[in-house]
Design a protein around this ligand. Structure first.
Ligand code: NI
Length: 227
């Protein structure tokens, strides 16, 4: 499933990240990619353990971990230290799949990439092209979100970034190992959680049907979570 997470960053957090990133020195994006991806990739990145990536990455991680939709949709177990990329005019990233395992050079953790996330950091009016295109069973999805918003999608999906033809597109991207590996199970838990939140607003958190469904949610999570 693909989930849009609107307004992960406040206007102040976004401005802070952009100021840090705009002052940083960007390098060839192929410094971090596997062999197959390197053939398709043409962009710029920040060194993952550099001070700019760490400062902006900490803001993004804190904002995401406080976002109820992200937590409910991703059920994160391990989150990679955020990476940053920039596509100028003529840059893009052809069709590829992401590596299944990543090692985090900052924390030393190794994680299984269940989910990919892109946090858009450029105003869509500031560039043409640069859409993230993700393929799934329902077809091809073009994603270009407001600055500060994010898209979460299965890391196993074939995807590409279309060539930028005007301006520049800056984004943060990284991977998440979920407590629940299976995408369909994660989707079911999200649907259930959203329904519980709605019922709870309408009937109150101690209504018997809210308590019963909450119990069901946690029993499913007990069955499926790898902790
Ligand atoms: Ni990718």
């Amino acid at each position: 499933m693909m989930i849009q997470i609107p307004d992960v960053l406040t206007a102040e957090q976004l401005a802070h990240c952009r100021a840090v990133l705009d002052a940083a020195e960007w390098i060839d994006g192929n410094a971090t990619s596997g062999h197959q991806a390197a053939l398709a990739k043409n962009n710029l990145q920040l060194p993952q353990d550099g001070s700019a990536a760490r400062e902006a990455g900490a803001i993004i991680l804190a904002a995401l971990q406080a976002d109820p939709l992200f937590v409910s949709a991703a059920l994160p177990k391990v989150i990679l230290t955020p990476l940053f990329n920039r596509y100028g005019v003529g840059m893009g990233f052809g069709d590829h799949v992401d590596n299944s395992i990543r090692r985090d050079p900052v924390t030393g953790a190794t994680l299984r990439t269940d989910l990919s996330i892109t946090v858009f950091l450029s105003d869509p009016d500031d560039y043409d092209g640069g859409e993230l295109v993700v393929e799934d069973a329902y077809g091809s999805h073009m994603v270009k979100l407001a600055a500060g918003s994010a898209i979460l999608y299965p890391a196993s999906s074939l995807h590409h970034v279309t060539e930028v033809t005007r301006g520049a597109r800056t984004a943060s991207f990284f991977w998440i190992q979920s407590l629940v590996r299976d995408d369909a199970r994660r989707g079911l838990l999200l649907d259930l959680d959203v329904s519980i939140q709605r019922l709870s607003s309408a009937l109150g958190p101690t209504d018997p049907s809210v308590l019963s469904l909450t119990g069901t949610y946690h029993n499913l999570l007990r069955m499926w979570a790898e902790v």
